[in-house]
Design a protein around this ligand. Sequence first.
Ligand SMILES: [Zn+2]
Length: 271
Amino acid sequence: MPELPEVEVSRMGIAPHLEGQQIDKVVVRDRRLRWPIPEQVENFAGALITQVERRAKYLILHTDKGYLILHLGMSGKLRVVPRESLVVKHDHFDLQLTNGQCLRFNDARRFGCVLVSDVHPGLEHPLLRDLGPEPLTDAFTAAYLHSKSRSKQQSIKTFIMDNHVVVGVGNIYANESLFKAGIHPKRAAGKVSLARYQKLVPIIKEILTAAIAQGGTTLQDFTQADGSPGYFKQHLNVYGRGGKQCMVCKSELKEIRLGQRSTVYCAQCQR
Ligand SMILES: [Zn+2]
């Protein structure tokens, strides 16, 4: 499933090809995504694309006729290809541009979406309005997490993965961040001190930034065959390593389920 870094890299990959371009035609080959693609997308013919923005894992295309909201779901891929390029299975949606190119959305599992909004969806749209801050902005601080977590009984791992708290901390990133910060994933969020949040927050930012930087090396892929930067191969200390040796203290890493998600930690290094 694409995580925030993959979506940000998708944004970086498609934005230079879309910004400043005019939509000639909107082609819907199959409306049946997570929610049906609304008829109003066809009204975007003639619209000028001014900006491609990301909010959480949503891509927001700003145009002079309103906003298009895209989500990649589990398997969605975006490519910029010549309009006449061969259409393959699951190519559900095209934004065909007047310059002969098109943005093509392929989604085999159909958990993605294409939606429209008259106003900027960030504050208004039900899918976006209640989201927590972006992790790579100044709004995401240790003081914020600390105050938001007071009296919270839930585990720190579940807490930082909650999109209403902060967006974009997926399971891998939560596992790795907590290991690096030395915080036990089951510790109650409300019992984590400000000093420990001060350690955790820069680590989360660092891990996400590194993943985006790594994905940045795949930008040309958006105009090539599969349109997917793939899962960025990163150095992982704990995720996927349950039962193996901790890279720091050599004790055996524990693996548990927390909020239905695989959670790997070192009982020696994380308290
Ligand atoms: Zn250890």
